[in-house]
Design a protein around this ligand. Structure first.
Ligand code: NAI
Ligand code: UGA
Length: 437
Protein backbone atom coordinates (compact mmCIF):
# COMPACT_ATOMS: atom_id res chain seq x y z
CA UNK A 1 0.00 0.00 0.00
CA UNK A 2 1.10 3.59 -0.63
CA UNK A 3 1.54 5.39 2.68
CA UNK A 4 2.67 8.83 3.80
CA UNK A 5 3.96 9.50 7.31
CA UNK A 6 3.79 13.15 8.31
CA UNK A 7 6.23 14.00 11.09
CA UNK A 8 9.48 12.02 11.16
CA UNK A 9 10.64 12.32 14.77
CA UNK A 10 11.13 9.49 17.28
CA UNK A 11 7.74 8.04 16.36
CA UNK A 12 7.36 8.92 12.66
CA UNK A 13 10.84 7.96 11.44
CA UNK A 14 10.46 4.52 13.00
CA UNK A 15 6.90 4.11 11.75
CA UNK A 16 7.84 5.09 8.18
CA UNK A 17 10.84 2.74 8.14
CA UNK A 18 8.90 -0.12 9.71
CA UNK A 19 5.99 0.24 7.25
CA UNK A 20 8.51 0.09 4.36
CA UNK A 21 10.14 -2.95 6.00
CA UNK A 22 6.69 -4.59 5.88
CA UNK A 23 6.64 -4.02 2.10
CA UNK A 24 4.60 -0.82 1.85
CA UNK A 25 5.59 2.06 -0.39
CA UNK A 26 6.25 4.93 2.00
CA UNK A 27 7.03 8.64 1.87
CA UNK A 28 8.13 10.31 5.11
CA UNK A 29 7.44 14.04 5.32
CA UNK A 30 8.74 16.56 7.84
CA UNK A 31 9.10 20.35 7.98
CA UNK A 32 12.63 19.93 9.39
CA UNK A 33 14.88 19.94 6.31
CA UNK A 34 17.99 18.77 8.22
CA UNK A 35 16.10 15.78 9.63
CA UNK A 36 14.78 14.84 6.20
CA UNK A 37 18.23 15.13 4.60
CA UNK A 38 19.70 12.90 7.30
CA UNK A 39 16.95 10.27 6.96
CA UNK A 40 17.19 10.31 3.16
CA UNK A 41 20.92 9.62 3.50
CA UNK A 42 20.14 6.58 5.68
CA UNK A 43 21.26 8.23 8.95
CA UNK A 44 18.65 8.37 11.70
CA UNK A 45 18.83 11.81 13.36
CA UNK A 46 18.51 10.11 16.76
CA UNK A 47 19.68 6.91 18.43
CA UNK A 48 17.23 4.02 18.24
CA UNK A 49 18.49 0.41 18.21
CA UNK A 50 17.63 -1.40 14.96
CA UNK A 51 16.51 1.74 13.11
CA UNK A 52 19.65 2.24 10.97
CA UNK A 53 19.32 -1.28 9.57
CA UNK A 54 15.69 -0.98 8.44
CA UNK A 55 16.11 2.62 7.30
CA UNK A 56 19.06 1.71 5.07
CA UNK A 57 17.45 -1.42 3.62
CA UNK A 58 14.13 0.37 2.94
CA UNK A 59 15.70 3.44 1.31
CA UNK A 60 17.99 1.22 -0.80
CA UNK A 61 15.03 -0.87 -1.97
CA UNK A 62 13.24 2.30 -3.14
CA UNK A 63 10.25 1.57 -0.87
CA UNK A 64 11.06 4.52 1.41
CA UNK A 65 11.75 8.11 0.47
CA UNK A 66 11.64 11.40 2.33
CA UNK A 67 10.46 14.89 1.51
CA UNK A 68 9.86 18.30 3.07
CA UNK A 69 7.00 18.94 0.64
CA UNK A 70 3.55 17.92 1.85
CA UNK A 71 2.44 17.77 -1.81
CA UNK A 72 4.43 14.52 -1.98
CA UNK A 73 1.75 12.92 0.20
CA UNK A 74 -0.55 13.00 -2.85
CA UNK A 75 -0.89 9.54 -4.34
CA UNK A 76 -0.65 7.76 -1.00
CA UNK A 77 -3.87 6.17 0.18
CA UNK A 78 -3.17 6.27 3.90
CA UNK A 79 -1.59 9.26 5.65
CA UNK A 80 -0.26 8.81 9.18
CA UNK A 81 -0.04 11.94 11.33
CA UNK A 82 2.96 11.54 13.66
CA UNK A 83 3.84 15.13 14.56
CA UNK A 84 4.61 16.28 18.10
CA UNK A 85 2.03 17.20 20.76
CA UNK A 86 4.25 18.80 23.41
CA UNK A 87 3.13 20.53 26.57
CA UNK A 88 1.93 24.07 25.83
CA UNK A 89 4.19 26.80 27.17
CA UNK A 90 2.80 28.11 30.46
CA UNK A 91 0.09 25.46 30.69
CA UNK A 92 -0.33 21.73 31.27
CA UNK A 93 -2.46 21.25 28.16
CA UNK A 94 -1.23 19.63 24.94
CA UNK A 95 -0.13 21.96 22.16
CA UNK A 96 -2.09 20.88 19.08
CA UNK A 97 -0.55 23.48 16.76
CA UNK A 98 1.51 20.89 14.89
CA UNK A 99 -1.34 18.40 14.46
CA UNK A 100 -3.66 21.13 13.21
CA UNK A 101 -1.02 22.50 10.82
CA UNK A 102 -0.22 19.03 9.46
CA UNK A 103 -3.88 18.13 8.83
CA UNK A 104 -4.66 21.52 7.25
CA UNK A 105 -1.61 21.25 4.97
CA UNK A 106 -2.53 17.68 4.00
CA UNK A 107 -6.20 18.27 3.11
CA UNK A 108 -5.61 19.87 -0.34
CA UNK A 109 -3.62 16.76 -1.36
CA UNK A 110 -6.21 14.16 -0.34
CA UNK A 111 -8.15 12.11 -2.88
CA UNK A 112 -11.53 10.34 -2.48
CA UNK A 113 -11.06 7.10 -0.52
CA UNK A 114 -7.91 8.31 1.25
CA UNK A 115 -7.59 7.72 4.97
CA UNK A 116 -5.94 10.12 7.42
CA UNK A 117 -4.69 8.17 10.46
CA UNK A 118 -3.79 9.95 13.67
CA UNK A 119 -0.87 8.40 15.58
CA UNK A 120 0.12 11.37 17.74
CA UNK A 121 -1.09 11.35 21.35
CA UNK A 122 -3.94 13.84 21.60
CA UNK A 123 -6.57 15.02 24.10
CA UNK A 124 -9.87 13.16 23.82
CA UNK A 125 -12.15 14.97 21.36
CA UNK A 126 -9.39 15.89 18.90
CA UNK A 127 -10.12 13.07 16.44
CA UNK A 128 -13.82 13.97 16.15
CA UNK A 129 -12.90 17.60 15.50
CA UNK A 130 -10.32 16.65 12.84
CA UNK A 131 -12.70 14.14 11.23
CA UNK A 132 -15.21 16.94 10.81
CA UNK A 133 -12.52 19.10 9.19
CA UNK A 134 -11.45 16.30 6.80
CA UNK A 135 -15.03 15.38 5.89
CA UNK A 136 -16.21 18.95 5.38
CA UNK A 137 -13.22 19.71 3.11
CA UNK A 138 -14.92 17.87 0.24
CA UNK A 139 -11.83 15.71 -0.27
CA UNK A 140 -13.79 12.47 0.02
CA UNK A 141 -11.26 11.24 2.59
CA UNK A 142 -12.00 9.93 6.08
CA UNK A 143 -10.14 9.73 9.39
CA UNK A 144 -9.14 7.06 11.90
CA UNK A 145 -7.18 7.25 15.17
CA UNK A 146 -4.58 4.54 15.68
CA UNK A 147 -2.63 5.38 18.86
CA UNK A 148 0.94 4.22 19.21
CA UNK A 149 2.31 2.32 22.20
CA UNK A 150 5.97 1.90 21.25
CA UNK A 151 8.73 2.39 23.80
CA UNK A 152 11.86 4.27 22.84
CA UNK A 153 14.79 1.88 22.83
CA UNK A 154 12.49 -0.90 21.57
CA UNK A 155 10.67 1.19 18.96
CA UNK A 156 11.42 -0.96 15.91
CA UNK A 157 10.42 -4.19 17.61
CA UNK A 158 7.31 -2.62 19.16
CA UNK A 159 6.22 -1.28 15.74
CA UNK A 160 6.81 -4.50 13.82
CA UNK A 161 5.36 -6.72 16.54
CA UNK A 162 3.02 -4.57 18.66
CA UNK A 163 1.37 -6.03 21.75
CA UNK A 164 -2.00 -4.69 20.57
CA UNK A 165 -3.55 -2.57 17.83
CA UNK A 166 -6.29 -0.04 18.47
CA UNK A 167 -8.34 1.64 15.75
CA UNK A 168 -10.71 4.48 16.49
CA UNK A 169 -13.04 4.68 13.48
CA UNK A 170 -16.31 6.41 12.55
CA UNK A 171 -19.49 4.69 13.79
CA UNK A 172 -21.41 2.20 11.63
CA UNK A 173 -20.65 1.37 7.99
CA UNK A 174 -18.47 4.49 7.65
CA UNK A 175 -15.94 2.72 9.88
CA UNK A 176 -15.64 -0.35 7.68
CA UNK A 177 -13.34 1.00 4.97
CA UNK A 178 -10.93 2.69 7.46
CA UNK A 179 -10.68 -0.53 9.48
CA UNK A 180 -10.15 -2.58 6.30
CA UNK A 181 -7.31 -0.29 5.15
CA UNK A 182 -5.62 -0.51 8.55
CA UNK A 183 -6.05 -4.30 8.54
CA UNK A 184 -4.25 -4.39 5.20
CA UNK A 185 -1.39 -2.26 6.53
CA UNK A 186 -0.98 -4.34 9.68
CA UNK A 187 -1.68 -7.69 7.96
CA UNK A 188 1.49 -9.39 9.22
CA UNK A 189 0.95 -8.40 12.87
CA UNK A 190 -2.70 -9.46 12.68
CA UNK A 191 -1.76 -12.79 11.08
CA UNK A 192 0.60 -13.35 14.01
CA UNK A 193 -2.34 -13.00 16.40
CA UNK A 194 -1.85 -9.43 17.65
CA UNK A 195 -4.98 -8.46 19.61
CA UNK A 196 -7.08 -5.83 17.84
CA UNK A 197 -9.59 -3.42 19.37
CA UNK A 198 -11.78 -1.56 16.88
CA UNK A 199 -13.64 1.22 18.61
CA UNK A 200 -14.80 4.85 18.44
CA UNK A 201 -12.52 7.88 18.35
CA UNK A 202 -12.93 8.87 22.00
CA UNK A 203 -12.16 5.38 23.30
CA UNK A 204 -9.06 5.09 21.10
CA UNK A 205 -7.76 8.45 22.31
CA UNK A 206 -8.48 7.55 25.93
CA UNK A 207 -6.86 4.11 25.63
CA UNK A 208 -3.60 5.85 24.82
CA UNK A 209 -3.60 8.45 27.57
CA UNK A 210 -4.95 6.07 30.19
CA UNK A 211 -2.25 3.50 29.37
CA UNK A 212 0.45 6.12 29.96
CA UNK A 213 -1.36 7.41 33.04
CA UNK A 214 -1.46 3.88 34.45
CA UNK A 215 2.26 3.32 33.82
CA UNK A 216 3.11 6.67 35.42
CA UNK A 217 0.88 5.86 38.40
CA UNK A 218 2.56 2.49 38.88
CA UNK A 219 6.00 4.12 38.96
CA UNK A 220 4.88 6.84 41.37
CA UNK A 221 3.18 4.23 43.55
CA UNK A 222 6.45 2.38 44.09
CA UNK A 223 8.28 5.67 44.55
CA UNK A 224 5.76 6.65 47.23
CA UNK A 225 6.56 3.32 48.93
CA UNK A 226 10.24 4.27 48.64
CA UNK A 227 9.50 7.48 50.55
CA UNK A 228 7.92 5.46 53.34
CA UNK A 229 10.75 2.92 53.24
CA UNK A 230 13.23 5.77 53.72
CA UNK A 231 11.76 6.71 57.10
CA UNK A 232 11.25 3.14 58.31
CA UNK A 233 14.44 1.41 57.22
CA UNK A 234 12.53 -0.89 54.85
CA UNK A 235 13.85 -1.90 51.44
CA UNK A 236 11.61 -0.88 48.51
CA UNK A 237 13.41 -3.20 46.07
CA UNK A 238 12.46 -6.23 48.16
CA UNK A 239 8.97 -4.81 48.63
CA UNK A 240 8.60 -4.50 44.81
CA UNK A 241 9.87 -8.04 44.36
CA UNK A 242 7.41 -9.38 46.91
CA UNK A 243 4.29 -7.56 45.68
CA UNK A 244 5.31 -8.22 42.06
CA UNK A 245 4.97 -11.98 42.58
CA UNK A 246 1.24 -11.37 42.70
CA UNK A 247 0.16 -11.72 39.05
CA UNK A 248 -2.52 -9.12 39.58
CA UNK A 249 0.17 -6.57 40.41
CA UNK A 250 3.16 -7.77 38.33
CA UNK A 251 6.81 -6.78 38.74
CA UNK A 252 7.11 -4.53 35.65
CA UNK A 253 7.21 -0.76 36.18
CA UNK A 254 7.88 -1.16 39.88
CA UNK A 255 11.43 0.12 39.56
CA UNK A 256 11.79 2.71 42.33
CA UNK A 257 14.34 5.44 41.77
CA UNK A 258 14.62 8.91 40.31
CA UNK A 259 11.28 8.50 38.55
CA UNK A 260 9.89 8.82 35.05
CA UNK A 261 10.75 11.33 32.36
CA UNK A 262 10.85 11.52 28.59
CA UNK A 263 8.82 13.11 25.86
CA UNK A 264 5.63 11.28 26.83
CA UNK A 265 4.68 10.13 30.35
CA UNK A 266 5.15 13.52 32.08
CA UNK A 267 3.45 15.63 29.42
CA UNK A 268 0.74 13.05 28.79
CA UNK A 269 -0.45 12.89 32.41
CA UNK A 270 -0.50 16.69 32.57
CA UNK A 271 -2.40 17.01 29.29
CA UNK A 272 -4.87 14.35 30.46
CA UNK A 273 -5.49 16.30 33.67
CA UNK A 274 -5.94 19.55 31.74
CA UNK A 275 -8.40 17.91 29.33
CA UNK A 276 -10.39 16.29 32.15
CA UNK A 277 -10.65 19.71 33.83
CA UNK A 278 -11.96 21.21 30.57
CA UNK A 279 -14.56 18.44 30.51
CA UNK A 280 -15.61 19.23 34.09
CA UNK A 281 -14.15 15.95 35.35
CA UNK A 282 -10.92 17.20 36.86
CA UNK A 283 -11.62 15.36 40.11
CA UNK A 284 -11.67 11.98 38.29
CA UNK A 285 -7.97 12.23 37.52
CA UNK A 286 -6.88 14.56 40.32
CA UNK A 287 -4.64 11.73 41.55
CA UNK A 288 -2.45 12.29 38.50
CA UNK A 289 -1.34 15.59 40.01
CA UNK A 290 -0.11 13.60 43.00
CA UNK A 291 1.58 11.13 40.63
CA UNK A 292 3.39 14.07 39.03
CA UNK A 293 4.36 15.57 42.41
CA UNK A 294 5.71 12.27 43.77
CA UNK A 295 7.71 11.89 40.58
CA UNK A 296 9.29 15.34 40.80
CA UNK A 297 10.03 14.86 44.53
CA UNK A 298 12.25 11.91 43.64
CA UNK A 299 14.49 14.11 41.51
CA UNK A 300 14.80 16.49 44.44
CA UNK A 301 15.56 13.55 46.73
CA UNK A 302 18.52 12.56 44.53
CA UNK A 303 19.83 16.12 44.61
CA UNK A 304 19.39 16.26 48.41
CA UNK A 305 21.13 12.91 48.95
CA UNK A 306 24.04 14.04 46.81
CA UNK A 307 24.33 17.31 48.72
CA UNK A 308 24.17 15.36 51.99
CA UNK A 309 26.90 13.04 50.73
CA UNK A 310 29.09 16.01 49.77
CA UNK A 311 28.72 17.58 53.21
CA UNK A 312 29.13 21.34 53.51
CA UNK A 313 31.54 21.65 50.64
CA UNK A 314 29.58 22.16 47.40
CA UNK A 315 31.79 24.66 45.57
CA UNK A 316 34.85 22.91 44.22
CA UNK A 317 33.37 19.43 44.74
CA UNK A 318 33.15 17.17 41.75
CA UNK A 319 30.16 14.94 41.05
CA UNK A 320 30.28 12.30 38.31
CA UNK A 321 26.79 11.91 36.82
CA UNK A 322 26.31 8.58 35.06
CA UNK A 323 23.52 8.96 32.53
CA UNK A 324 21.79 11.83 30.74
CA UNK A 325 19.02 10.25 28.65
CA UNK A 326 15.63 9.71 30.30
CA UNK A 327 16.18 5.96 30.13
CA UNK A 328 18.78 3.53 28.75
CA UNK A 329 18.96 2.69 25.02
CA UNK A 330 17.81 6.18 24.02
CA UNK A 331 19.49 9.53 23.34
CA UNK A 332 16.29 11.39 24.27
CA UNK A 333 16.80 13.99 26.99
CA UNK A 334 13.29 15.48 26.91
CA UNK A 335 12.27 15.97 30.54
CA UNK A 336 15.09 13.65 31.56
CA UNK A 337 15.36 13.13 35.34
CA UNK A 338 19.10 12.56 34.88
CA UNK A 339 19.66 15.87 33.15
CA UNK A 340 17.42 17.64 35.64
CA UNK A 341 19.51 16.32 38.54
CA UNK A 342 22.76 17.30 36.78
CA UNK A 343 21.48 20.83 36.11
CA UNK A 344 20.24 21.28 39.70
CA UNK A 345 23.59 20.15 41.13
CA UNK A 346 25.45 22.51 38.80
CA UNK A 347 23.14 25.31 39.95
CA UNK A 348 24.27 24.63 43.54
CA UNK A 349 27.88 25.29 42.57
CA UNK A 350 28.98 21.69 42.16
CA UNK A 351 31.43 20.80 39.39
CA UNK A 352 29.27 18.33 37.42
CA UNK A 353 30.90 15.98 34.94
CA UNK A 354 28.33 13.85 33.13
CA UNK A 355 28.67 10.93 30.78
CA UNK A 356 26.25 8.92 28.66
CA UNK A 357 26.76 6.45 25.80
CA UNK A 358 24.41 8.30 23.43
CA UNK A 359 22.91 11.47 24.89
CA UNK A 360 25.87 13.83 25.39
CA UNK A 361 25.21 15.74 22.19
CA UNK A 362 21.53 16.38 22.97
CA UNK A 363 22.34 17.31 26.58
CA UNK A 364 25.14 19.68 25.60
CA UNK A 365 22.87 21.54 23.14
CA UNK A 366 20.40 22.22 25.95
CA UNK A 367 22.89 22.70 28.80
CA UNK A 368 26.32 23.74 27.57
CA UNK A 369 27.24 24.83 31.11
CA UNK A 370 27.67 21.22 32.32
CA UNK A 371 30.92 19.27 32.03
CA UNK A 372 30.78 16.25 29.72
CA UNK A 373 33.11 13.30 29.24
CA UNK A 374 32.68 10.61 26.60
CA UNK A 375 34.51 7.97 28.65
CA UNK A 376 33.32 6.75 32.02
CA UNK A 377 36.84 6.72 33.50
CA UNK A 378 37.28 10.41 32.64
CA UNK A 379 33.96 11.21 34.30
CA UNK A 380 34.85 9.23 37.43
CA UNK A 381 38.35 10.62 37.84
CA UNK A 382 38.68 12.59 41.12
CA UNK A 383 34.91 12.52 41.76
CA UNK A 384 33.74 13.22 45.31
CA UNK A 385 30.37 11.56 44.65
CA UNK A 386 29.22 9.26 41.83
CA UNK A 387 25.50 9.47 40.95
CA UNK A 388 23.97 6.76 38.78
CA UNK A 389 20.85 8.30 37.20
CA UNK A 390 20.28 6.33 33.99
CA UNK A 391 20.86 2.61 34.23
CA UNK A 392 22.66 1.90 30.95
CA UNK A 393 24.08 -1.67 31.00
CA UNK A 394 27.67 -0.36 31.06
CA UNK A 395 26.89 1.72 34.15
CA UNK A 396 25.13 -1.16 35.86
CA UNK A 397 28.20 -3.29 35.20
CA UNK A 398 30.54 -0.76 36.85
CA UNK A 399 33.10 -2.56 39.02
CA UNK A 400 33.29 -0.77 42.40
CA UNK A 401 36.91 -1.84 42.89
CA UNK A 402 37.98 -0.38 39.55
CA UNK A 403 35.87 2.75 40.11
CA UNK A 404 37.46 3.18 43.56
CA UNK A 405 40.87 3.51 41.89
CA UNK A 406 39.65 6.59 39.99
CA UNK A 407 37.51 8.63 42.39
CA UNK A 408 38.62 10.98 45.16
CA UNK A 409 35.95 9.77 47.59
CA UNK A 410 34.12 6.47 47.52
CA UNK A 411 30.53 7.70 47.70
CA UNK A 412 27.81 6.48 45.36
CA UNK A 413 24.19 7.66 45.01
CA UNK A 414 22.36 4.87 43.21
CA UNK A 415 19.30 6.73 41.86
CA UNK A 416 18.07 3.65 39.96
CA UNK A 417 18.65 1.06 42.69
CA UNK A 418 20.85 -0.76 40.20
CA UNK A 419 23.76 -1.79 42.42
CA UNK A 420 24.09 -4.34 45.20
CA UNK A 421 24.74 -2.22 48.32
CA UNK A 422 26.66 -5.05 49.98
CA UNK A 423 29.11 -5.38 47.09
CA UNK A 424 29.75 -1.64 46.99
CA UNK A 425 30.10 -1.33 50.75
CA UNK A 426 32.50 -4.28 50.76
CA UNK A 427 34.64 -2.31 48.29
CA UNK A 428 34.77 0.57 50.75
CA UNK A 429 32.03 2.77 49.32
CA UNK A 430 29.40 4.78 51.19
CA UNK A 431 26.22 3.64 49.41
CA UNK A 432 23.01 5.70 49.15
CA UNK A 433 20.01 4.05 47.43
CA UNK A 434 16.47 5.33 46.97
CA UNK A 435 14.15 3.69 49.46
CA UNK A 436 16.63 1.05 50.56
CA UNK A 437 19.02 1.05 53.48
N1 NAI B 1 8.42 9.13 21.13
C1 NAI B 1 7.68 8.10 21.42
O1 NAI B 1 8.19 7.10 21.92
C2 NAI B 1 6.21 8.10 21.19
C3 NAI B 1 5.54 9.26 20.83
N2 NAI B 1 4.17 9.26 20.74
C4 NAI B 1 3.49 10.47 20.33
O2 NAI B 1 3.84 10.72 18.97
C5 NAI B 1 3.90 12.11 18.72
C6 NAI B 1 5.26 12.46 18.16
O3 NAI B 1 6.23 12.24 19.16
P1 NAI B 1 7.79 12.22 18.84
O4 NAI B 1 8.03 11.51 17.56
O5 NAI B 1 8.45 11.74 20.07
O6 NAI B 1 8.08 13.78 18.64
P2 NAI B 1 9.29 14.47 17.85
O7 NAI B 1 9.36 15.86 18.34
O8 NAI B 1 10.49 13.59 17.91
O9 NAI B 1 8.80 14.48 16.32
C7 NAI B 1 7.80 15.29 15.82
C8 NAI B 1 8.17 15.67 14.38
O10 NAI B 1 7.07 16.34 13.76
C9 NAI B 1 7.63 17.31 12.88
N3 NAI B 1 6.59 18.28 12.51
C10 NAI B 1 6.06 19.28 13.25
N4 NAI B 1 5.12 19.94 12.54
C11 NAI B 1 5.04 19.34 11.33
C12 NAI B 1 4.24 19.54 10.17
N5 NAI B 1 3.31 20.50 10.13
N6 NAI B 1 4.44 18.75 9.10
C13 NAI B 1 5.38 17.77 9.12
N7 NAI B 1 6.16 17.52 10.20
C14 NAI B 1 6.00 18.29 11.29
C15 NAI B 1 8.79 17.88 13.67
O11 NAI B 1 9.69 18.57 12.83
C16 NAI B 1 9.37 16.62 14.29
O12 NAI B 1 10.37 16.04 13.48
C17 NAI B 1 3.56 12.79 20.06
O13 NAI B 1 2.18 13.04 20.09
C18 NAI B 1 3.92 11.72 21.08
O14 NAI B 1 3.20 11.88 22.28
C19 NAI B 1 3.43 8.13 20.93
C20 NAI B 1 4.04 6.96 21.26
C21 NAI B 1 5.48 6.84 21.40
O1 UGA C 1 3.59 7.43 24.71
C1 UGA C 1 4.78 7.19 24.64
O2 UGA C 1 5.60 7.91 24.06
C2 UGA C 1 5.35 5.96 25.23
O3 UGA C 1 5.66 6.25 26.63
C3 UGA C 1 6.26 5.18 27.33
O4 UGA C 1 7.47 4.78 26.69
P1 UGA C 1 8.86 5.54 26.90
O5 UGA C 1 8.60 6.95 27.30
O6 UGA C 1 9.67 5.26 25.69
O7 UGA C 1 9.62 4.83 28.10
P2 UGA C 1 9.24 3.87 29.33
O8 UGA C 1 9.98 2.61 29.17
O9 UGA C 1 7.79 3.81 29.56
O10 UGA C 1 9.91 4.67 30.53
C4 UGA C 1 9.42 5.95 30.90
C5 UGA C 1 10.15 6.46 32.11
O11 UGA C 1 9.79 5.73 33.26
C6 UGA C 1 10.96 5.34 33.97
N1 UGA C 1 10.69 4.07 34.68
C7 UGA C 1 10.24 3.00 34.00
C8 UGA C 1 9.98 1.82 34.67
C9 UGA C 1 10.18 1.74 36.05
O12 UGA C 1 9.95 0.70 36.72
N2 UGA C 1 10.64 2.83 36.70
C10 UGA C 1 10.89 4.01 36.05
O13 UGA C 1 11.31 5.00 36.69
C11 UGA C 1 12.03 5.24 32.90
O14 UGA C 1 13.31 5.35 33.46
C12 UGA C 1 11.67 6.40 32.01
O15 UGA C 1 12.22 7.61 32.51
C13 UGA C 1 5.33 3.97 27.30
O16 UGA C 1 5.97 2.88 27.96
C14 UGA C 1 5.00 3.59 25.85
O17 UGA C 1 4.07 2.50 25.84
C15 UGA C 1 4.38 4.80 25.16
O18 UGA C 1 4.11 4.52 23.79
Amino acid sequence: MKISVIGCGYLGAVHASAMAELGHDVVGIDVDAAKIASLAAGNPPFFEPGLPEILISATASGRLRFSTDIADAAGSQVHFIAVGTPQKAGSHAADLTYVDAAVSALIPHLAPGDLVVGKSTVPVGTAARLAEQVESSGSGASLAWNPEFLREGFAVRDTLTPDRLVYGVPAGVAGEQPAALLNEIYASALAAGTPLVVTDYATAELVKVSANAFLATKISFINAMAEIAEVTGADVTQLAEAIGFDDRIGRKFLGAGVGFGGGCLPKDIRAFTARAEELGRGESVAFLKEVDKINLRRRQRVVDLTVEALGEKLHGSKVAVLGLSFKPHSDDVRDSPALDVAVQLHGLGVDVVATDPEAIHNARVRHPQLGYEALIDDALRDADVVVLVTEWPEFRALDPIWAASLVRNRVVVDARNSYDPQVWRAAGWAYYGLGRP
